[in-house]
Design a protein around this ligand. Structure first.
Ligand SMILES: *[C@@H]1O[C@H](CO)[C@@H](O)[C@H](O)[C@H]1NC(C)=O
Length: 446
C-alpha cells in the first residue's frame, strides 16, 4: 500500500520533529540519559559539540568529560569521552573537574579545553587546561593552576570575534567575592592579564554573548546547588565597566529552577543553557534550555515547555498546547480548591496525594505526547506526583521546590494519549502530598 505525502496524518509527521523539553530526562541517540552537566558548546562547521560533566555515578568527583555531537541542537549522539581521570594528578577520580569549555585555536589548529579544576573540598580553586587535534579528542591534560595566582572556581570562556580571536577566562575569584575576566595567551594555554573585575559581585556560572558589538554577561549568584535569579550585565568592551545587574527572568522563579552554564548565540537571540541541579542525585540533574530574546530591548528568558530550534536559520519556535485548568477537573477525596490570584483562573487543586485526586479530561492525538504540569510547591523540599492516563498505571513526576508562596513552575511528562478524549488523574495511589496543581497543558509534540 502506498501513501502520498498528503495522506500521512499530521501527527505522524510531528512524531519525527525533534523538540527541546526543559526539565525532561534527555536521552541520546542510543537511548541513554545525556550526562553533560555544567556544559560547554562548540560549533565546528554545521556540527555542535556538547562537553559536560558525566555525573552518572551521582558523585561530584571526576569521572569523565563527555562529548556529544548534534547538527540540530536537539538530537545528540554520544562520542568518545573527551577527558578521563589520570591518577595522582589534579584530574584524578578523587578530584573535581567541572564546567568544561572548549574553543578552537586556529593558529595552532588545536582544540583547547578549560575547566574548573579542584580538590574534593573545593580548596584548590584552579583552572585546568587540556588540548586535542579533534573536537572530542581525547584531550591531553596540560595542567592545573591558579590564574595569575588567584582563585578560580565557577568559570566560562569567551572567544571574541576579532582577527586574533582573543579569548578570555570568566571566573569567580577571591572566595567567590570578585568576578574577574582575564585574557588568554595566543595559544590559549595560560592567562596573560586581568582585564576586568566586578568587585564584590558574588557571581558565578558565567557566560558571554556578543551582540551588536556589545558584551552581554550572564551569571548566577552564589547559593550552592540551589537556584537563584540569574542576571545579565552589558558593557561596550570586554574591559569596560558592566551595567548594574538585571534579571533575565522573574525573580521568584529563580531562573526556572536552574543555573546558567552556557549562552549559545542563535541569530539575533541566544539560547540560555542551564542546569537544574539535584545535589542528592547529581546524575538526575536536568537541563533547562530556554530561548533568550532581546525583543523587549534586554535579554529575557522565554519560558517554553516545548520548543524547537532551526540552527541554520538561527531561529526558534515555541510550541503551543491546549491548557486545562485543574480546578475544572473532577476533584475527589481530600483534595481542595485553593484560591489565589497567582494561579491561572485564580484557583488550583490542593491536597493532592494522601487520598486527594483530580481527574482532568483532555483531548489526545493518539501518540505519546508531552504534557506539562503547572504546580506550586510552597515548601523547601522536592515533592512528586502520580499521573495516570485512562485509569492505567501511574508514572511519578518530580516537582522541584518552587521556593515558597505561590510561585508556579511546570514539569513535563510524556503520556500515551489515545485519539479523542482521555482522563488524566493526578495524585492517585500516592501516600505523600503532591504540590498544588494549577493547570496542565497538552502538547501535540511527541
Ligand atoms: C602562566 O602565566 C603566569 C603569569 O604570567 C606565569 O607566572 C606562569 O609561569 C605561566 N605558566 C606557564 C606554564 O607558562
Amino acid at each position: 500500500m502506498r501513501f502520498s505525502l498528503l495522506a500521512v496524518p499530521a501527527f505522524l509527521l510531528a512524531a519525527q520533529a525533534a523538540v527541546i523539553v526543559p526539565g525532561a530526562t534527555w536521552t541520546d541517540t542510543s537511548g541513554n540519559v545525556i550526562q553533560a552537566h555544567g556544559g560547554g558548546f562548540l560549533k565546528v562547521g554545521s556540527t555542535v559539540y556538547w562537553f559536560g560533566e558525566d555525573k552518572a555515578a551521582n558523585s561530584a568527583l571526576f569521572s569523565a568529560v563527555s562529548c556529544y555531537s548534534s547538527t540540530d541542537l536537539m538530537t545528540w549522539t554520544r562520542q568518545n569521552n573527551a577527558l578521563t581521570p589520570i591518577a595522582n594528578t589534579m584530574i584524578s577520580n578523587a578530584n573535581i573537574v567541572e564546567r568544561p569549555k572548549v574553543i578552537f585555536n586556529k593558529a595552532n589548529s588545536e582544540y583547547v579545553m578549560w575547566f574548573h579544576s579542584d580538590t574534593s573540598n573545593y580548596g584548590a580553586a584552579m583552572v585546568g587546561v587540556a588540548t586535542a587535534k579533534t573536537p572530542c579528542g581525547p584531550y591531553t591534560y596540560k595542567g592545573s593552576f591558579k590564574p595569575l595566582g588567584a582563585e578560580s572556581r565557577d568559570m566560562g570562556i569567551f572567544q571574541d570575534d576579532d582577527a586574533a580571536q582573543t579569548a578570555y577566562l570568566l571566573y569567580a575569584s577571591d572566595n567567590n567575592q570578585n568576578f574577574k575576566i582575564s585574557r588568554l595567551d595566543a595559544n590559549y594555554y595560560n592567562i596573560t592579564a586581568q582585564v576586568n573585575v566586578l568587585t564584590g559581585s558574588t557571581l558565578e556560572a558565567p557566560g558571554i554573548v556578543k551582540r551588536n558589538g556589545l558584551y552581554y554577561l550572564f551569571a548566577s549568584h552564589t547559593s550552592g546547588w540551589d537556584p537563584n535569579p540569574n542576571r545579565w550585565f552589558v558593557a561596550s568592551s570586554i574591559s569596560s565597566a558592566f551595567s548594574a545587574q538585571a534579571d533575565i527572568a522573574p525573580e521568584p522563579v529563580r531562573t526556572y529552577f536552574s543555573q546558567n552554564n552556557y549562552d549559545f548565540p542563535l541569530g539575533t537571540n541566544a539560547i540560555y543553557m542551564g542546569d537544574r541541579w539535584r545535589p542528592t542525585l547529581l546524575g538526575s540533574s536536568r537541563y533547562i534550555w530556554l530561548p533568550m530574546s532581546w525583543t523587549s530591548g534586554s535579554p529575557q528568558l522565554i519560558w517554553a515547555d516545548v520548543w524547537s530550534v532551526n540552527l541554520a536559520a538561527g531561529t526558534f519556535s515555541v510550541a503551543t498546547g491546549t491548557s486545562y485548568e485543574a480546578e475544572n477537573g473532577v476533584v475527589a477525596g481530600s483534595a481542595t480548591i485553593p484560591a489565589d490570584p497567582s494561579f491561572s483562573g485564580g484557583k488550583a487543586v490542593g491536597f493532592l496525594g494522601n487520598g486527594g485526586t483530580v481527574t482532568i479530561t483532555v483531548q489526545g492525538i493518539g501518540a505519546a505526547q508531552w504534557v506539562s504540569l503547572y504546580y506550586a510547591n510552597g515548601d523547601s523540599t522536592w515533592r512528586s506526583t502520580t499521573v495516570s492516563v485512562n485509569g492505567g498505571a501511574s508514572v511519578v513526576v518530580d516537582q522541584p521546590n518552587t521556593g515558597g508562596g505561590h510561585v508556579i513552575l511546570s514539569v513535563p511528562v510524556k503520556l500515551n494519549l489515545k485519539s479523542g478524549s482521555n482522563t488524566i488523574t493526578i495524585g492517585a495511589g500516592q501516600t505523600t502530598f503532591a504540590a498544588d496543581l494549577d493547570k496542565i497543558i497538552v502538547y501535540t509534540a511527541t
